[in-house]
Design a protein around this ligand. Structure first.
Ligand SMILES: Nc1ncnc2c1ncn2[C@@H]1O[C@H](COP(=O)(O)OP(=O)(O)O)[C@@H](O)[C@H]1O
Ligand SMILES: [Mg+2]
Length: 315
């Protein structure tokens, strides 16, 4: 993944896997708080209680007999998503964008009937998509109507914005754009493009694919430098507030942009990856130190933390 030697990277304050695991995660994230982010249902409930914007929870199927009532339960819903509460990597997510009579429509235009919907929910409950195959619950949430401001920047998939939050302070951001190499998936290891986003402005910094810099999206031809996230301070404040609800000192907040509702937290991660440093061509270490210094001066609320980060971590 990295193009320069580990020594060079350390010099630039880029932290490695070992340091992340031992210092950043080990010292900041209490194990007992992990379920707050590893379980999307818990995250959603905590966020909704705190008034943090998330896609609305429509319902939860907890037991197999719930799946039989699913069709009736969803009778009034036009568009929704069914996902495993403990899923990852997009596994087991069924997106329904509309209905046609008795059937449901998928984004591809293909159809799903009630029986298939029920079977899908049933598979989620039995743990088919969840870590270690453990039994899970099926969450039904409203469909995000993705804003079109990022159109042309991504091939097929819709981008989300990942913001790393250290003790409540946004310290680094990026977006992942899917490509034909990544098969429409926003996974950097599969060939998605990572674009570093300036904490000070929401504007694109550098872009990388397979650890190498690039300027133009390989499929869509868009100049990646033109990417700019609108309402950037709102993104930062959402990310910052996820500290209070999770009590995790080091986390990654994944935020999507809905046409009408604006930025929404899609999920939180207690073990965010380190490639964000490559996309920013900058290391986390000095920013974390700056935050520690600031924290030693006293407690700040999310708005103050965001103002601090925008001032000090601007490119
Ligand atoms: N409510 C939703 N509306 C529209 N698309 C969604 C929704 N939830 C998830 N998706 C799609 O599925 C992807 C993965 O969802 P996410 O909740 O982050 O689960 P995972 O942990 O598997 O990554 C998102 O990036 C998005 O493309
Ligand atoms: Mg995700």
């Amino acid at each position: 993944m990295f193009i320069t030697s580990p020594g060079r990277l350390r010099q630039r304050g880029i932290i490695g896997m070992n340091k992340r695991n031992v210092i950043y995660i080990g010292q900041n994230n209490k194990r007992r708080f992990y379920p707050r982010v590893d379980d999307k249902l818990q995250t959603k409930i905590l966020a909704q209680q705190a008034g943090i914007a998330v896609p609305r929870l429509i319902g939860v199927a907890r037991y197999q007999n719930h799946t039989r009532q699913l069709a009736d339960f969803l009778a009034e819903e036009q568009a929704f998503v069914i996902k495993p509460s403990k899923g990852s990597g997009g596994k087991g997510i069924l997106v329904i964008t509309g209905r046609d009579g008795q059937e449901y429509l998928k984004p591809s235009g293909s159809r799903v009937n009630n029986q298939a919907l029920r079977r899908h929910a049933s598979n989620i409950l039995s743990g088919l998509f969840s870590l270690g195959g453990k039994p899970d619950v099926a969450m039904i949430e409203e469909l995000v109507n993705f804003s079109d401001v990022f159109d042309g920047f991504s091939f097929e998939g819709v981008p989300d914005i990942r913001i790393i939050v250290y003790k409540g302070y946004p310290v680094m951001a990026m977006t992942r754009l899917s490509t034909s190499d990544s098969d429409g998936k926003a996974n950097l290891h599969q060939g998605a493009v990572g674009v570093g986003i300036d904490i000070g402005s929401g504007k694109a910094l550098n872009a990388v694919q397979f650890g190498r810099p690039l300027e133009i999206h390989p499929d869509t031809g868009r100049n990646l430098k033109e990417l700019e996230v609108p309402d950037w301070p709102v993104f930062l404040e959402l990310a910052s507030r996820s500290y209070e609800i999770t009590e995790l000192g080091y986390l990654g907040a994944d935020i999507v942009l809905d046409k009408e509702k604006g930025p929404l937290i899609l999920e939180l991660n207690a073990r965010p990856g380190l490639a964000i440093q490559v996309a920013n061509n900058y290391g986390l270490e000095s920013r974390v130190r700056r935050v520690e210094e600031e924290i030693s001066r006293g407690r700040r609320d999310p708005a103050e933390r965001v103002a601090f980060s925008m001032r000090h971590f601007a490119a």
